[in-house]
Design a binder for this molecule. Structure first.
Ligand SMILES: *[C@@H]1O[C@H](CO)[C@@H](O)[C@H](O)[C@H]1NC(C)=O
Ligand SMILES: *[C@@H]1O[C@H](CO)[C@@H](O)[C@H](O)[C@H]1NC(C)=O
Ligand SMILES: *[C@@H]1O[C@H](CO)[C@@H](O)[C@H](O)[C@H]1NC(C)=O
Length: 180
């Protein structure tokens, strides 16, 4: 390697231009896209009457919106889907009445793909990763809403809205982090 090339690499590296390189651990973008579409088309939009619950349950958006590193962004995407998966596992999924009249077929397909993304991203769950206590706080609060009869519909609606945002944000802001 000649000196000019070596210098160019050093300059690129130091300017951060190389941090956008796709990580060794690859997540298929088309699967994430399909997961997003299924969740989006699952049912009616977010019910306005659930808005007051925003005061009690706030998704840690900054952990994704302001993340510049692929690895960290994808890790937070995985964290979100894993937390969501747990809420589905621990609670009876919406049965298709009232505000959460979700298409059962789409719901099942969504859950399968959600699990697939979590599995594909397993390689990102390394020890020593920065922990976000906001995530456990968020999922604890959402679960609490889902578990109380009067707020069940709002709890599920919030979970869907927030996971939808995470998928969309990841695809838009971290598009190059996925394998296409
Ligand atoms: C939000 O939390 C506060 C205090 O924990 C509680 O009094 C209030 O009823 C909750 N609001 C909703 C909409 O659940
Ligand atoms: C969860 O609820 C607690 C108690 O109402 C509140 O202090 C905390 O900010 C909430 N956390 C999130 C992430 O919404
Ligand atoms: C991202 O960071 C900027 C500047 O610190 C802040 O104004 C913005 O609200 C953050 N975005 C989110 C979603 O928290």
């Amino acid at each position: 390697m000649n000196v000019a090339v070596a210098l160019l690499l050093i300059v690129l590296y130091c300017s951060g231009a190389m941090t956008a390189v796709v990580p060794a651990c690859e997540i298929p973008g088309d699967v994430v896209e399909e997961t997003h579409i299924l969740l989006r088309d699952l049912g009616a939009p977010f019910p306005a009457r659930c808005l007051p619950y925003n005061a009690n349950v706030t998704f840690p958006r900054a952990a994704l919106a302001n993340e510049t590193q692929c690895r960290r962004a994808l890790r937070n995407l995985r964290r979100t889907l894993q937390g969501s998966e747990k809420v589905f596992e621990d609670n009876e999924a919406p049965q298709g009445d009232g505000e959460v009249a979700w298409n059962p077929r789409k719901l099942e397909d969504f859950q399968n793909l959600q699990n697939r993304v979590v599995q594909e991203a397993e390689c990102l769950s390394s020890a020593g990763a920065r922990s976000y206590p906001e995530f456990s706080s968020y999922f604890g609060n959402v679960s609490a809403l889902v578990q109380q009869q009067e707020s069940t519909a709002c709890g599920w609606s919030m979970l869907r809205r927030d996971v939808l945002w995470v998928l969309k944000n990841s695809l838009q802001k971290h598009h190059s982090c996925f394998r296409w």
